[in-house]
Design a protein around this ligand. Structure first.
Ligand code: UD1
Length: 420
């Protein structure tokens, strides 16, 4: 197992190219199961989550070829309909093969993904949506066993206790594209990754309207064809670099991005006193003065993303005052607090709120990564901490960031990857 060793205190300078979006790619890979024809997916980030999804698809009997960031997938007439626990349990997003397998084979068996360190994470909305389309679902030995005679379009309200669901919207949308009649998803996720998936499906011949709004309408079609498609840039990676520039008092241009997807974060960074210049497909981020404390509340898109909460907390950790961070998507997503506090931060948790008392500086320490975004928060803290920070269990980071450490080194950070 590797660890990261960071010597903090260097302002980042230069420009960085953002990779393709993990959260776009994973459902799009599942969607390739909807056509027997070949799909070519470009700008695929090379991450351990990508490899996990490809394993699940290959395990169904699907042909996958990889050439750098280009993937070729041809599902042909695959017959296997089971995604087993040993594969699904390592990554929740793999649950979104359920809708496409069901749509193609009329039956599917996908292991329940279980909880994870950021919270309970149920799949009731996925199940509710697929049931509404005419699927019989039973849970047997921890597996969701789904079968249908024919999927039929329906009006479905897809809202839970915490609002819309990105992957439930994806699962239902992918099943509905091959259903008979029209499906309307109310309270659909509006995330850019949901839009990217709908764009991919429409390019395959699906008839989806309203994506990007809370009401998505899907007219079922008989079949879909293979296409070439380029996934959007990763807005969370882009946001992480924006905070890296801000926290280190650096000056960084973040290239190859959809700037409009970062509005909530950009506003909050500007409120904190960070200078931002927006280009058509790039952001320039610079900080010279002190950081002002800013409150955030995580919400479904276009609200502040929960996937940026941990990183923003690191930034507020050195602001000149108190900020309040409200986590409204995953109320337990605070595993990074004790680790940041080990580095000298003063952060107190009260239920779904974190109260951050900004301190003048952080100190290097050995810390433990608990999940993907928490790992990124620790890297950001390490970039400004005095002395050496060692981050253990960085396999979490490799699940979702393509070469984060190498890209940071190119911007002037001192980071090495060593054996644990
Ligand atoms: C996706 C993202 C993840 C991000 C999350 C929220 C991918 C691969 N992952 O995860 O990075 O943090 O969106 O933006 O795209 N919920 C239910 N019932 C369900 C499903 C979800 O109650 O059936 C709840 C969840 O527990 C959570 C909220 O709804 O409180 C939103 O979760 P959801 O949007 O489903 O997250 P994912 O799609 O799993």
């Amino acid at each position: 197992m590797d660890k990261l060793v960071i010597e903090g205190g260097r302002p980042l300078k230069g420009s960085v190219q953002v990779s393709g979006s993990k959260n776009s790619l994973l459902p799009i890979l599942a969607a390739t199961l909807l056509t027997p024809e070949k799909c070519v997916i470009k700008n695929a980030p090379l991450l351990s989550d990508t490899y996990t999804m490809l394993k699940i698809i290959r395990n169904l009997g699907v042909a996958v070829e990889m050439d750098g960031n280009v993937l070729q997938i041809k599902s042909g007439n695959f017959k296997k309909y089971v995604a087993p626990y040993r594969l699904v349990s390592t990554m929740r997003a793999s649950f979104c093969v359920l809708g496409p397998i069901l749509a193609r084979l009329k039956k599917a068996e996908v292991s329940l993904p279980g909880g994870c360190v950021i919270g309970v994470r149920p799949v009731d909305l996925h199940i509710k949506g697929l049931k509404a389309l005419g699927t019989d679902i039973e849970i047997k030995e921890g597996n969701v066993c789904a079968k249908t005679r024919a999927l039929r379009g329906k009006q479905i309200f897809l809202g839970g206790a915490f609002g819309s669901s990105v992957l439930a919207t994806a699962n239902v949308m992918m099943a509905a594209v091959l259903a008979k009649g029209t499906t309307v998803i109310e309270n659909a996720a509006c995330e850019p990754e949901t839009v990217d998936l709908a764009n991919f499906l429409n390019k395959m011949g699906a008839k989806i309207k309203g994506h990007g709004s809370p009401r998505i309408e899907i007219k079922g079609v008989k079949s879909l064809s293979g296409v070439e498609y380029e996934v959007i840039a990763d807005r969370i990676e882009a946001g992480t670099f924006a905070i890296a520039a801000a926290i280190t008092k650096g000056e960084v241009t973040i290239k190859n991005i959809n700037v409009e997807y970062l509005s909530a974060l950009i506003e909050k960074l500007e409120d904190a006193g960070v200078t931002i210049k927006r280009g058509r497909d790039f952001l320039f981020v610079k900080r010279t003065g002190p950081l002002k404390p800013v409150d955030i509340t995580t919400l479904p898109y276009p609200g502040f993303p929960t996937d940026m909460q941990a990183q923003f907390m690191s930034l507020m950790g050195i602001a000149s005052g108190i900020s309040v961070i409200a986590e409204k998507i995953y109320p337990d997503r605070f595993m990074h607090i004790p680790e940041l506090n080990r580095m000298g931060a003063q952060i107190f948790r009260q239920g779904p709120y974190a109260i951050v008392h900004g301190v003048k500086s952080l100190n290097g320490a050995p810390v433990m990564a608990s999940d993907l975004r928490a790992s990124a928060a620790l890297v950001l803290a390490g970039l400004i901490a005095k002395d050496k920070t060692e981050i253990f269990r960085i396999y979490h980071l490799d699940r979702g960031y393509e070469n984060l450490d190498k890209k940071l080194v190119q911007l002037g950070a001192k980071i090495s990857r060593e054996k644990q």
